[in-house]
Ligand binder design. Structure first.
Ligand SMILES: Cc1ncc(C[n+]2csc(CCOP(=O)(O)OP(=O)(O)O)c2C)c(N)n1
Ligand SMILES: [Mg+2]
Length: 190
């Protein structure tokens, strides 16, 4: 399963969500499908995309929030799972693309390549809905169900360690930051 195909399969459903991605390949792939002002690509702060999503979901409880995380990033901040579970916002969908690799910096294997089970850790941390998917069809269904549902969900998507050939963007970090902030503020005013 390719991450790009997963992203393509749910792209149309992201229109009404706040979307936070980790840096690198995931951000480049989502952006390659078409940037929207409700997409925030968290740069540099590895491991903190889910924490950012949690903050947004707590501030805007009726607003669906989708986080596109990575195995390496989540492994750097496993405590985020127990913090998310503690506050369990109902509209937060946490997607972890597990390619068993730090793909964006050259493809070093992560602990999931030697048996660490991120879904098991999410469940043990108290995340109320967890699942692991291996096909694009199951991925699309899992995200769609989670967005329709009313329960904090972590979806582990097992994907190939393949990404874009280059990370090309004409969107600067600051432009993305201010545009996203304005969008969040406009939602708060409603
Ligand atoms: C604190 C910190 N350490 C290291 C990096 C460098 N870095 C950027 S992306 C990345 C790999 C992310 O791995 P993963 O979350 O599995 O995503 P993938 O690249 O596989 O899509 C690393 C190590 C960073 N940005 N910040
Ligand atoms: Mg990875």
């Amino acid at each position: 399963m390719l991450r790009l195909d997963c992203l393509r399969s749910v792209y149309s459903k992201l229109e009404d969500c706040l979307v936070v991605t980790i840096m690198g390949a995931v951000a480049a792939e989502l952006q390659s499908l078409g940037h929207r002002r409700n997409f925030f690509y968290l740069q540099h702060a590895m491991g903190l995309a889910s924490s950012t999503g949690l903050g947004l979901a707590l501030c805007l409880p009726e607003q669906p929030v989708v986080v596109f995380d990575g195995d390496g990033s989540l492994l750097m901040n496993l405590g985020t799972l127990s913090t998310m579970a503690r506050y369990r916002p109902r509209k937060l969908v946490h997607v972890v693309f597990d390619n068993e690799s730090l793909l964006s910096v050259g493809g070093f294997p992560t602990a999931t390549s030697t048996g660490t089970d991120l879904e098991g850790i999410a469940r043990a941390s108290g995340i109320p809905r967890t699942l692991t998917v291996h096909s694009v069809e199951n991925f699309q269904t899992a995200v769609t169900d989670a967005l329709r549902g009313n329960e904090l969900t972590t979806i582990i998507a097992k994907v190939e360690a393949k990404g874009p050939a280059a990370f090309v963007t004409d969107l600067s970090l600051l432009e993305n930051r201010f545009e996203f902030r304005r969008h969040v503020q406009s939602l708060k005013k409603r």
